[in-house]
Design a protein around this ligand. Structure first.
Ligand code: PAF
Length: 279
């Protein structure tokens, strides 16, 4: 009689019936851009079976307007996935499949990772993300799941969630448009002028990175806030420098700590976020 004691052994035993082939999952909300395609290509290269989920998760939207206006390009998405490999499995669940008892987010204890930045501006957002990601993990049973670094706070949260389940998390660096703007499904809502102004987000992050070793945290924050506030059409929500491992706000630099800068702005009514590693 087979006996298994650890989640890893359990996973290996389950996989035996599928010839030990590893399964990769790329969760998305559709409207696929180059950033998603990089994740899909990585998952496809690293796993024998790849699943892409396309599900616009209602419980992670804090505004009804944002949910209703979220772009949907399902036929084009399927074509893009098909062009990578027609054998990739596209999972397009209904709201009832994900939420059989009604579309409601569970409450999670996320070691405070959900509290700063997006947590302040989008209360409840990460409970919605954690609920859908956990449900997708349960349904798809991946060995590895893939998330982009543009949503770095989300990446840290899903890493925490995946650990006890024995699921590995892989990420890919943010893919950018030619002017440096981080690729996002929401960019399609920007006018040419909005897109031009939005390039100052990444420019600011790069300036902060290049001044990181010579300036205090306070001076760096002032520098960034001034540049972003001077940009036409740009409404700044936050610019923060935090310790990468726990996302805690910092006042000064310490030895052996990795720091990251995070920004959220609104341009032409569209909320844009970005981040950069500083050291
Ligand atoms: O990053 C996203 O697109 C979403 O938050 C995710 C991870 C697919 C959950 O709905």
């Amino acid at each position: 009689m087979p006996k298994v004691f650890t989640t890893e052994e359990l996973r290996l035993f389950q996989r035996k019936k599928y010839n030990n082939r590893s399964w990769g999952l790329v969760p998305t909300m559709g409207s696929l851009h180059q950033g998603h395609l990089k994740l899909i290509q990585k998952a496809h290269a690293e796993n024998a079976v790849t699943f892409i989920s396309i599900f616009v998760n209602p419980t992670q939207f804090d505004s009804k307007n944002d949910l209703e206006n979220y772009p949907s390009t399902i036929d084009a998405d399927i074509e893009k996935i098909h062009a990578i490999d027609p054998n990739i499995c596209v999972f397009i669940p209904s709201v009832e499949t994900i939420y059989p008892d009604g579309a409601k987010a569970k409450k999670y204890a996320l070691q405070g990772l959900d509290k700063p930045m997006e947590g302040i501006y989008r209360p409840g957002h990460f409970d919605g993300v954690a609920t859908v990601v956990e449900r997708l993990f349960t349904l798809v049973q991946p060995d590895v799941a893939y998330f982009g670094q543009k949503d770095f706070q989300q990446l840290q949260i899903v890493s925490l969630l995946a650990k006890p389940l024995g699921i590995k998390i892989r990420s890919v660096p943010t893919i950018r448009e030619a002017n440096g703007l981080a690729m996002s499904s929401r960019n399609s809502r920007l006018s040419d002028e909005g897109r031009e102004n939005a390039k100052h987000i990444y420019e600011t992050l790069q300036i902060v990175k290049s001044n990181f070793s010579s300036h205090t945290i306070d001076a760096l924050k002032k520098m960034a806030i001034q540049k972003l506030s001077e940009t036409p059409q740009m409404e700044l929500q936050y610019f923060e420098i935090v310790a990468e491992h726990n996302l805690n706000f910092v006042q000064s630099k310490g030895k052996g700590v990795s720091y990251r800068a995070f920004v959220a702005v609104v341009v032409e009514g569209t909320r844009l976020i970005d981040n950069i590693s500083l050291n």
